[in-house]
Write a protein that binds this ligand. Structure first.
Ligand SMILES: Cc1cc2nc3c(=O)[nH]c(=O)nc-3n(C[C@H](O)[C@H](O)[C@H](O)COP(=O)(O)OP(=O)(O)OC[C@H]3O[C@@H](n4cnc5c(N)ncnc54)[C@H](O)[C@@H]3O)c2cc1C
Ligand code: FES
Length: 369
């Protein structure tokens, strides 16, 4: 056990976020009421919500909600990180960037006002500091990717930890920097929180005195000569994250100490631990549902989610890629081949939970549904 492991560290201890708050499972839908809308930048708004029962909600910094809305008669679901920290569990905040042509982000910006309601599935996601001890951290974000790192930073400050955090945020222009004033203010509160901004251009702030261009290894080394010693958490657009990964690799950073979350399910979804094995046999299995006493048969080549939907069984789901955790269901009997993308934790797998959207049966199954 090294010196770091001996010290009690509430930031990385899951019990910190479990105390006193209600569990809201990621496959349970409830209604949120919007209490506040904040204009963060010209195209980013934060929406603060209280839950149906006004109970504090248990989550870990960096986790997200799956938000549901009916837009033009279509049911739409999208994941949004809880940008507020779990140290403020009564008011959950999401921070949404308006995506040109995007269905949900534009609907939220144009329609959701204080008093408005929104359905959502509970907190999910494994992009959190929980369980990973580190003496020094480096948060790298771009655009709306700032949100999980903001929740982590706010939580660390609220816990009074004065942790060594270097927060490097990339934006198009100074006017696009989300949480610019708050990050600077937090850095004044905690001497070991250092905040750096790099903008592609000065935009309409010609007197911008900060760094311009893109994040590069020389710039990172100039700001943080010890970057290779840091536990790195990265979130941003797909292109930004692959550039950051390459840059850190070139700089000799240990990939084992690199954590990332992609907001882009299509282009740069995190890779499953192994490529999915899609059986070609005509093998079929029976799936029994313990709560509804229903059953259906399915091919070994299908995912359980796809087969359940075909059989008319309502299973909550969103991403269909093993990321969001919405389809998490307890497997009471049988076995599946699950190829997830971070939407479920090892401890949940041990408890028997599986993500149905990325699980194919390898025997008959009994599900808690
Ligand atoms: C884990 C996770 C956490 C996230 N957290 C955040 C967060 O904190 N903040 C945030 O802002 N976002 C976050 N996101 C991203 C968010 O979930 C949405 O993907 C984002 O808001 C865009 O959704 P949309 O419905 O507005 O756009 P979509 O309708 O999904 O469209 C996305 C893009 O595709 C284009 N498009 C849509 N339909 C078509 C079509 N038929 N043909 C061609 N192009 C098309 C649109 O023009 C747009 O450019 C997160 C995502 C994940 C997975
Ligand atoms: S639907 Fe998102 S993990 Fe299954």
């Amino acid at each position: 056990m090294n010196a770091i492991e001996r010290i009690v560290d509430p930031f990385t201890d899951a019990a910190t976020w479990e105390r006193g708050s209600a569990l809201w499972p990621s496959n349970q839908r409830q209604t949120l009421t919007c209490c506040r809308v904040i204009d963060e930048t010209h195209d980013v708004k934060s929406f603060a919500f209280r839950t149906d029962d006004s109970l504090p909600v248990r989550f870990e910094p960096g986790q997200f909600l799956t938000v549901c809305a009916s837009v033009a008669g279509q049911s739409v679901e999208r994941c949004y990180t809880i940008s507020s920290p779990p140290t403020r569990p009564w008011l959950l905040t999401i921070t949404v960037k308006r995506v040109p042509g995007g269905v949900m982000s534009n609907w939220l910006h144009d329609n959701l006002k204080p008093g408005g309601q929104l359905a959502a599935y509970g907190p999910s996601g494994a992009f959190t500091p929980t369980g990973t001890r580190a003496a020094k951290r480096l948060f790298l974000s771009a655009g709306s990717g700032v949100t999980p790192l903001m929740s982590m930073t706010r939580a660390s400050i609220d816990l009074g930890l004065d942790s060594d955090i270097a927060f490097v945020h990339s934006a198009r222009t100074p006017a696009d920097i989300v949480f610019r004033d708050e990050l600077r203010m937090l850095a004044k509160l905690s001497p070991r929180l250092r905040v750096f901004f790099v903008c592609e251009g000065a935009g309409d702030e010609p007197d911008w005195a900060g760094a311009t261009g893109r994040l590069s290894l020389p710039l990172l080394a100039q700001w943080l000569p010890d970057y290779a010693e840091r536990e790195v958490y990265t979130c941003g657009p797909a292109g930004y994250m692959s550039a950051v990964r390459a840059l850190l690799r070139e700089g000799g950073h240990d990939p084992e100490r690199y954590h990332q979350e992609s907001f882009d399910l299509g282009a740069d979804a995190p890779q499953a631990t192994a490529p999915p094995i899609v059986p070609t046999s005509q093998q079929t299995y029976t799936v029994k549902l313990s709560r509804s006493a229903r059953s259906f048969t399915m091919s070994a080549a299908e995912t359980v989610l796809a087969a359940a939907k075909k059989a008319g069984v309502a299973v909550p789901s969103s991403c269909s890629q093993g990321v969001c955790g919405t389809c998490k269901t307890k497997l009471l009997d049988g076995s599946v081949d699950m190829q997830h993308n971070g939407g479920i934790r090892d401890r949940e797998i041990v408890k028997g939970f599986r993500l149905l959207c990325c699980s194919r049966p390898t025997s008959d199954l009994v599900l808690e549904l």
